[in-house]
Design a protein around this ligand. Structure first.
Ligand code: HEM
Length: 259
């Protein structure tokens, strides 16, 4: 009954507006910020392939926390599952900001063009890349959770021989544009790093956003190329992909449990 009154009047029975929208905004900021920070760490990890295969393998092994889980890669699946959960919460909360019918879409796009307002245009890029990530990000996370043993040869095989490279390229573009715009908007919304003159602060933040996008895209594309090169070299050497490493989570866990 109380819900019905609020849904008709827009206010609660005590005359106040619900705090839920503000709480949802907060959840969106926190989950978005966590994911953006995770993606910076993720890119640093992936780009170690540019140093050497051995270095990448060493970092990948370290992520399994072998001193706690001995030879069991369970940690990668656990962290992957947690990231997927945060990803789903963030997407679910963000959905409410998508234009939900033709009229809303038309009003916002006309507004963006008429005012020639770069930040509103940026917001559209975020909606579009966010939508793309629903699909692209879920595929990648599901594969990582169910195939938790990571080595340079396995990743290279996935990219070059199992047709994951095109998906990764699209995901990379979506993540880097979405993440950098997201951090920029987060800083503006909560007033971080704006200084005394917001106009100057906004200009500075925009500059950092561009630098971050270019830096992350460059690292991502170079790493993608390095993995493809390794995969093609392995193929020309007729080096088979190590099936113990590509095997799925059940086989991997049972092998560890039974050994
Ligand atoms: C715990 C979670 C994650 C782990 C362990 C992980 C691990 C990896 C690994 C090992 C690769 C190399 C390719 C492969 O083996 O398939 C990779 C590539 C990639 N991942 Fe993730 N990932 C995680 C989460 C994410 C998330 C949440 C996103 C974005 C939504 C993402 C975006 C990408 C992209 C774009 C690439 C290609 C990078 C490049 O251009 O070189 N990853 N990830």
């Amino acid at each position: 009954m109380l819900d019905a009154i609020e849904s008709l009047t827009g206010v609660q029975t005590d005359g106040r507006k619900s705090r839920l929208p503000a709480k949802l905004d907060y959840i969106q900021s926190v989950t978005g910020g966590l994911l953006a920070l995770f993606m910076v760490g993720h890119m640093i990890f992936i780009s170690t392939i540019l140093i050497s295969k051995e270095f990448f393998n060493m970092i990948a092994k370290f992520m399994e926390l072998p001193f706690i889980f001995s030879d069991n890669p369970m940690m990668v699946s656990i962290v992957g599952g947690m990231v997927l959960l945060i990803f789903i919460i963030h997407a679910g909360v963000a959905l409410r900001k998508f234009p939900s019918n033709y009229r809303q879409y038309k009003v916002s796009i006309t507004h963006a063009h008429m005012m020639d307002h770069p930040d509103t245009k940026m917001w559209f890029i975020q909606v579009f890349t966010g939508f793309a990530m629903f699909f692209l990000g879920s595929v990648h996370l599901y594969i990582i959770i169910t195939h938790p043993v990571i080595t340079a040869d396995v990743s290279a095989g996935r990219m070059a021989l199992e047709w994951m490279a095109p998906l990764y390229l699209l995901l990379l573009l979506a993540v880097e544009f979405h993440g950098a715009i997201g951090l920029y908007r987060l800083a503006l919304k909560w007033g971080w790093f704006l200084g005394d003159t917001p106009k100057k602060g906004r200009k500075k933040l925009k500059f950092y956003k561009h630098v971050l996008t270019v830096f992350m895209l460059t690292l991502g594309i170079l790493s993608l190329a390095a993995f493809i090169k390794i995969g093609l070299e392995n193929k020309s050497l007729e080096k088979p992909i190590d099936k113990t490493h590509t095997s799925c989570v059940t086989t991997t866990y049972f092998k560890v449990v039974l050994s």
